[in-house]
Design a protein around this ligand. Structure first.
Ligand SMILES: Nc1ncnc2c1ncn2[C@@H]1O[C@H](COP(=O)(O)OP(=O)(O)OP(=O)(O)O)[C@@H](O)[C@H]1O
Ligand SMILES: Nc1ncnc2c1ncn2[C@@H]1O[C@H](COP(=O)(O)OP(=O)(O)OP(=O)(O)O)[C@@H](O)[C@H]1O
Ligand SMILES: [Mg+2]
Ligand SMILES: [Mg+2]
Lengths: 225, 225
């Protein structure tokens, strides 16, 4: 589903240059749940952003379902992202003036495909049905994170990128989110690429990769493989 | 150092009312490291904000070193916070136009007590000395979190409130932060009240409290007590 070939991402230049990614080649087949781990600053968010077409790599290529992202105009890239990709941001990126429900509806509204039953079901999946009319400022950190998760899942995207989806969640809520993502793969045939510091990832994911200083230094099956 | 008596915090009213805190009475003596855990939405951030004078409780009272917060004007409360309290926010609250160093310097500048050697030492304590000139947008999530931690510690406050200081950190970085806070207590005689989902808290903290639906439901020694 997603393939990266010789991916590099450099910020700055000269002596101040930072290579967030250096020569990353990796494939994520359809129907796979991969966890990406690594130290703070090792390039995990950068990798996800490049794979999802949210950032242009300095070198190398990303293809999603056979389409090379570098060949796409910004407009075509936006359409691809809107139709095929769900992204759960590390910092949630909720729109503060919209309610929880309106944030979750947004991808469907933009696509002209609003489906209220699906929005209700997705909010219920993240246990936030009773808070649908609250704005982000009226929700706890973990509640906001779950709204972000619902928004990424509601359009049933073929590929879901999740940047630390359980960082702000307690053990029970985190467990529920990991299993929601697992079900998206098992029942929906989706591909999930999840950045996490959560050791439970090895139990839930099919595969665990480790990044260090912008490179993949480990790539092994998880316990469910 | 910090005492809460019958603390309540209600949002909204009538049927839509939410009791984020309900009748919380708890003391945190000087030189204690307490961890506060609990499910998402259980009131942890709300408790920290009320204890630190960042939010006014609906009912009850908070005293810090014998001073009741309710008796303070907003100006006096601000002075108390500036001189005695360090707060590590769940969402970091860094100023985006300032560099990492300038964010960390800010409490000292406001107090008219800039000490460049102390700023350097604190940035080194969180392993970010080499990134001091970068703005928050140029830092990873965990790097931003560590800038926030440095900013809370640089003025050597007597009480440190930490809202999920390791949520975005990998295991090694998280371990270093927990030990940095432990040293602030052991060597500096400070009081630390830390909200966390990290099970390692029980190993590092003197005491572990559990919140559920705005109430303290457990209060036991940690393993170092
Ligand atoms: N400004 C607000 N208006 C309305 N409700 C609020 C507001 N702030 C918090 N709440 C609600 O109060 C409850 C407690 O919130 P709080 O942020 O203290 O939880 P928390 O334990 O820190 O959760 P998390 O682990 O998700 O960060 C939640 O149900 C939350 O939605
Ligand atoms: N816009 C930018 N400008 C300069 N450097 C950047 C920028 N974005 C990221 N970096 C740097 O690139 C490196 C990788 O960042 P990235 O956000 O991918 O790390 P990460 O693995 O997600 O870390 P964390 O676990 O802390 O979230 C870091 O050193 C970071 O500071
Ligand atoms: Mg990151
Ligand atoms: Mg919170």
């Amino acid at each position: 589903a997603v393939h990266a070939e010789g991916l590099g991402r450099r910020y700055g230049e000269g002596e101040a240059a930072i290579d967030a990614l250096a020569d990353v080649t990796v494939s994520f087949p359809k129907g796979q749940f991969a966890a990406v781990m690594g130290p703070s600053g090792s390039g995990k968010s950068t990798l996800l952003h490049c794979l999802a077409g949210l950032d242009r790599p300095t070198s190398g290529e990303v293809t999603i379902d056979g389409t090379a992202l570098s060949g796409l105009s910004d407009r075509d890239l936006t359409v691809l992202r809107r139709t095929a990709i769900g992204f759960i941001f590390q910092s949630f990126n909720l729109l503060p003036m919209l309610t929880a429900r309106e944030n979750v509806e947004l991808p469907l509204r933009i696509a002209g495909r609003l489906d209220s039953a699906r929005v209700d079901a997705t909010l219920a999946d993240v246990a936030l049905g009773d808070r649908a009319t609250h704005r982000p400022a009226e929700l706890s950190g973990g509640q906001q994170q779950r709204v972000a998760i619902a928004r990424a899942l509601v359009s049933h995207p073929t590929v879901i990128f999740a940047d630390e989806p359980t960082g702000n969640l307690d053990s029970t809520s985190g467990h529920e989110i990991l299993h929601l993502l697992r079900r998206a793969v098992d029942e929906g045939g989706r591909t999930v690429v999840m950045v996490t510091h959560d050791p439970r990832a090895a139990v839930v994911a099919d595969r665990v990769l480790m990044l260090s200083d912008g490179r993949v230094v480990m790539d092994r099956p998880g316990m469910t493989a």
